[in-house]
Design a protein around this ligand. Sequence first.
Ligand code: NZQ
Ligand code: ZN
Length: 387
Amino acid sequence: MQDFVFQNSTKLIFGKDKEQFVGKEAVAYGRKLLLHYGGGSIKSSGLYDRVKESLKDQGIEVFELGGVKPNPRVSLVREGVALCKEHDISFILAVGGGSVIDSAKAIAAGVHYEGDVWDFFDGKAEVTDCLPIGVVLTIPAAGSESSSGTVITNEEGWYKRSAMHPSMRPQFAILNPVLTYTLPAYQTACGITDMMAHILERYFTNEKNVELTDRLCEGALKTIINHAHTVLEEPTNYDARAEIMWAGTIAHNDMLGTGRIGDWASHDIEHEISGIYDIAHGAGLAIVFPAWMKHVYKHDINRFAQFANRVWDVEIDLNNLEKTALAGIRKTEEFFSSIGMPITLKEANIGDEHFSEMAKKGTERGPLGNFVPLDETNVLEIFNLAR
Ligand code: NZQ
Ligand code: ZN
């Protein structure tokens, strides 16, 4: 096991109706707040009104910036930075999913910086200090509600890039599973895939003697798998929604990665796809992850056989571990397909016209992943496996 420092300071407030406390939480960070949200789901669900009411009760002055698109764009981030600077805003409240939260984080990072905020994403500058942010989460998926990262897309060149800094971790996140009842089945499934991918990225490690985190990862994956079909068939099943919502945060709050080095190539490869084709991140992962698995499983057949056995209940064939490993990969694919995800590029209407460009862009800062480092040719092979 590797040495590690684990600190996740996001205060998590979980349960029914908890968004009513958002004003009380936010007021600790000043009385000028930017309310940041997406394309309108929070208005049709009534959440917007409840949040505004709670902020008003605390005497908070609210500035608004809506319109965050899935795969959030740097142009809106720049608008947000200008708005915060102009009005001397002290706190950003993100109400929505990963895209809104990531956009809020990027704004928060840009406010104390003189240059262009994209500098953080193309490696020209490091984030040092952010405005504090808070979250009311409406979709369990990205785990951004307690992560220290943000992923933003630059429309110029369609680069989708991330930036990380501990100060980007939200101060608090309100998680009310009831708020996820209105999610379309497709978005629910994208979220499920994303949270599973966050665990898988950590699970496939070269580190030895990490039994506790292996078992935690397997338990979290099994829980998600056990409840996935229920939330799709019964969108208002509170208990199942609650399990999925909590799993989405646990999957990406760094606890499951302690003592081990995760991989993350599949995420980097997926970002090339959603950067260009603007598909949902979770759908892109359902395509990339199985292809990545097929490309790398021979590197550690034992780990893939363990995954097949403990997560998918595949019986271990000691005389043919490769067969067990491959059965686990097949089960993963079948599961993604069963929840309505595409598992090939073709199913997502994506052809091979950008394969070379995506492989080149994706590896221009060096090989991807840690389990097996992948160069441009390897990434191209993964695109071919995902056809
Ligand atoms: O914009 P609105 O109208 O709110 O609609 C959204 C959006 O269309 C809708 N939605 C959200 N909550 C809803 C709802 N519709 C009905 N009822 C609700 N309760 O769902 C759509 C997708 O929202 P989005 O925020 O894009 O989803 P998600 O949370 O999956 O975020 C995806 C983004 O997060 C990034 C991804 O790359 C992608 O850009 N990621 C961020 C990470 C991080 N910061 O730590 C890590 C992840 O690996 C990921 O890369
Ligand atoms: Zn993800």
